[in-house]
Design a protein around this ligand. Structure first.
Ligand code: UDP
Length: 316
């Protein structure tokens, strides 16, 4: 029997590489595309020689590469985008364009090929939320001209154009809103709280906390996210679904978790809070539970231990 064919953009990224590997294990042929602006080829190492995997370095902002245009795609997953605040601050126009023009190019391809489209959106569409926890029905509190708008509004536009193609051209779509996710293959240089604090602890440096450290985040382990993605693919539900771990921690509490895991960690130092940094974030996962019979399996302690093991053996 012919294998189903999937395109994964951002395949050399942290989440994209885990998804590509999972799809291969489920019997898909997978073409991974990445322009490597934040993705890393080392993330492909464990499956790059798989006979059903092909990698192409390309930038979807410029359009769909010619040799990908006429294939019988079953699924097109759009995960390509800078995603950590320091990286999207460095690449504002690329971030806006890959989620707008890039998304449009892929939706056109879906319309032509009859493929289903899967868009990786984000909890950032809720901005600095005034509703807690955040359910899919919340429209958000986003500063349209703030420093984070390049990411937040790009992803909001990405959702909007996805539903425009769904409504006008009947493209079959799935959208997830991803809450803070961590695990092996994160880029140590991405500047997120998980990587910054773990590497600072490993290098015997003080832990940098922005603001008073009382802002909250909810941390999801990457395998839980990928499981949710694969379950959503197999439903007919076209509207956005939150995927995240509802366990909520202040950044101070998170630093304590890192300290108990990595005893070489030093004291906290407090640095200015970046502007528009959300004060609280926690997913309402009621919809995912009901629709997908899904909930996160890996708690923060277990996930950080697995991540530490990876960082120690592969990144230091
Ligand atoms: N943060 C911090 N120290 C760091 C990096 C981040 O205190 O070295 C804070 C950041 O201000 C935010 C939270 O940790 O409140 C999560 O930041 P991250 O960049 O991981 O993701 P975000 O949820 O902001 O997209």
């Amino acid at each position: 029997m012919k294998k189903p064919l999937a395109l994964v953009t951002g395949a050399a990224g942290f989440v994209g590489s885990h998804l590509a590997e999972r799809l291969l294990s489920e019997g898909f042929s997978v073409v991974g595309v990445d322009n490597l602006c934040t993705g890393r080829l080392r993330n492909l190492e464990s499956f790059q020689d798989h006979p059903d995997f092909q990698f192409l370095k390309a930038d979807l902002i410029e359009g769909v590469p010619a040799d990908l245009r006429d294939r019988p795609w079953d699924w097109i997953f759009h995960f390509a985008s800078p995603a950590s605040p320091p990286k999207y601050f460095q690449m504002p126009l690329e971030t806006l364009r890959i989620n707008s023009e890039g998304t449009r190019h892929l939706l056109e391809l879906c319309q032509k090929s009859g493929s289903k489209f899967f868009y990786a959106s984000t909890s950032e569409v809720y901005g600095d939320p005034l509703v807690h926890p955040q359910a899919e029905s919340y429209w958000g509190n986003v500063n349209p001209i703030g420093v984070r708008s390049i990411y937040d509004e790009a992803k909001r536009y990405g959702e909007a154009i996805t539903y425009a193609y769904h409504r006008s051209h009947q493209v079959d779509v799935r959208v997830i809103r991803i809450f803070n996710t961590y695990g092996p293959r994160m880029d140590p240089e991405d500047g997120r709280v998980v990587t910054n604090l773990m590497f600072q602890a490993l290098k015997n440096q003080p832990l940098t906390l922005y603001g008073d450290g009382l802002q909250t985040r909810s941390f999801q382990f990457v395998s839980d996210l990928v499981e949710g993605v694969c379950r959503l693919m197999r439903t007919d539900y076209v509207w956005p679904v939150n995927l995240g771990n509802p366990g909520e921690f202040t950044i101070l509490e998170f630093a304590e978790r890192v300290r108990s895991l990595i005893p070489s960690a030093r004291e906290n130092v407090f640095l200015p809070l970046p502007s528009d940094d959300p004060k609280q974030r926690k997913p309402d996962i009621g919809l995912a539970k009901k629709l997908l019979d899904w909930e996160p399996k890996i708690n923060l302690e277990q996930g950080l231990a697995i991540t530490l093991d990876y960082f120690k053996t592969r990144e230091t």
